[in-house]
Design a protein around this ligand. Structure first.
Ligand SMILES: [Zn+2]
Length: 244
């Protein structure tokens, strides 16, 4: 009888322990998700793994501003009338009615228009371009973190990674390229209709062209490459021969 009772207690103890374990697991799961959010929270906007454009905090020296107007996917005006050109990206042109130009504008407008934003600059980079526009990374609140809009719009397939000056590299350039490759792989946004055709570049140019382009006449050292390779080097489509 005594043995039987102590066996019963053991079974009861084991059962209670098992229940406690289950409860702990259930409690731990939401916590784990919260902790992972800075890295994995943006799956639907094109992140995944360490490629998320959402960060747990703003970069040091980020400046808070209000937006007056979103001009297109990569340009906006602050309430103090200064114009901001998003660094490291290029979006389709509204004026030229390029495909996905309106979608790119809508992405930025939805997040930035009439909203608090923060801007930050490339460490040791130029703060302005030759039009006097601020060259910046733009940040908005997203959940408990901050979305880098420059990275988010590339992840959404509505902007390509682009450096105006091929000789100065951005701190997050590799990430922008990875986000772009990821968007292409998953055919997001403009990558749905992407054709990986053959294009040409000059030795030092920042654009890629069709072979018949007027800008390539009389140039000897042309490099032939795939359009995807050209984009992964941060080159942009020539506005003359490849304007859609
Ligand atoms: Zn061209």
């Amino acid at each position: 009888m005594g043995q039987c009772f102590s066996f019963f207690i053991q079974v009861l103890g084991a059962y209670a322990q098992a229940q406690e374990d289950t409860q702990q697991q259930q409690q731990q799961q939401p916590n784990q998700q919260q902790q992972q959010q800075p890295h994995y929270g943006a799956a639907e906007s094109g992140g995944g793994g360490k490629l998320s454009p959402i960060y747990p905090s703003l970069p040091p020296n980020a400046e808070k501003h209000k937006v007056r107007n979103v001009y297109d996917g990569d340009t906006l005006t602050l309430v103090d009338e200064r114009r901001v050109r998003f660094l490291g990206i290029d979006t389709p042109e509204i004026k030229e009615k390029q495909p996905f130009a309106q979608e790119a504008k809508a992405y930025t407008k939805e997040r930035c228009d009439k909203n608090d934003i923060w801007i930050s600059f490339e460490p040791n980079g130029d703060k302005k371009d030759h039009y006097g526009r601020l060259l910046a990374f733009v940040w908005v609140r997203e959940g408990s973190g901050y979305l880098c809009v420059n990275e988010g719009i590339v992840a959404a397939g509505l902007a390509s990674a682009y450096i105006p000056n091929q000789h100065s590299k951005l701190h997050n350039w590799d990430k922008l390229i990875q986000l772009q490759s990821d968007a292409r792989k998953h055919q997001r946004g403009m990558w749905k209709t992407f054709q990986d055709d053959t294009v040409y570049k000059t030795a030092n140019g920042s654009a890629f062209h069709k072979k018949s382009c007027q800008h390539l006449q009389n140039i000897r050292n042309l490099t032939e490459l795939k359009r995807s390779q050209a984009m992964e080097r941060g080159l942009h489509a020539c506005r003359t021969c490849l304007a859609d």
